[in-house]
Write a protein that binds this ligand. Structure first.
Ligand SMILES: Cc1cc2nc3c(=O)[nH]c(=O)nc-3n(C[C@H](O)[C@H](O)[C@H](O)COP(=O)(O)O)c2cc1C
Length: 189
């Protein structure tokens, strides 16, 4: 493709909860994305977005978040499982943009205290991704017993996750490059 402009793949931390284990997961994911050649990243913490709750959708669009979503070639979404679903505030943030997401890749990372690694939250997110125009890859990363996966400084205790993350990112980057090519070179008939 002869493409030299770096990909931009931010990591969205999808919970505002105090003491959230998902923070360690999002930091790890951003660290692993940053290691990839030709990719720029940052963690976007939804707790730091000034999104009001007295309205919804594009009416509460934050300029900084919108600009990042416009620039993004792909998204990594870190979503903890709350009562077998994804966090409501994550949905509230996602809903604040629309055209910014279209034909961009997305990879989902589930986090739970229980044994299923946030899979039930991820299943709920899939139709939302589709409606936003995001293109989901066929790999997820699932952190089960998340409170035991990191030490108190956020250091990963189980290296087996790194292999899975590697596979996930290889697929996400392939999809990000493919979709960027499509957005820039192939018109909708
Ligand atoms: C309101 C609420 C509901 C939860 N429901 C589930 C659940 O359905 N399944 C599960 O495995 N863990 C559940 N948990 C535990 C979280 O998955 C756990 O805190 C995990 O570390 C990820 O969330 P965190 O980033 O907020 O820490 C719940 C936590 C909260 C706060």
């Amino acid at each position: 493709m002869g493409e030299t402009r770096p990909l931009y793949i931010p990591v969205l931390l999808g919970t505002t909860r105090k003491g959230r284990s998902s923070l360690h997961v999002a930091q790890l994911m951003a660290h692993e994305v940053a290691k990839r050649a030709g990719v720029e990243t940052e963690m976007i913490d939804i707790a730091r977005l000034p999104l009001p709750t007295d309205d919804a959708g594009e009416a509460i669009k934050d300029a900084g978040y919108s600009e990042r979503m416009n620039r993004a070639d792909a998204l990594v979404i870190v979503s903890p499982e709350y009562n077998h679903g994804y966090p409501g505030l994550l949905k509230h943030v996602l809903d604040s943009c629309l055209k910014e997401y279209v034909h961009k890749a997305v990879g989902l990372v589930g986090v739970s205290a229980g044994p299923f690694g946030g899979t039930r939250g991820i299943q709920g997110l899939l139709p939302v991704m589709r409606e936003l125009g995001l293109v989901n890859i066929f790999w997820d990363v699932n952190f089960s017993s998340a409170h035991k996966a990191f030490d108190e400084n956020g250091k990963l205790l189980d290296g087996a996750y790194l292999k899975r993350i590697d596979k996930f990112l290889a697929e996400l980057i392939w999809m990000a490059k493919t979709l960027r090519y499509g957005r820039e070179n192939i018109g909708l008939e």
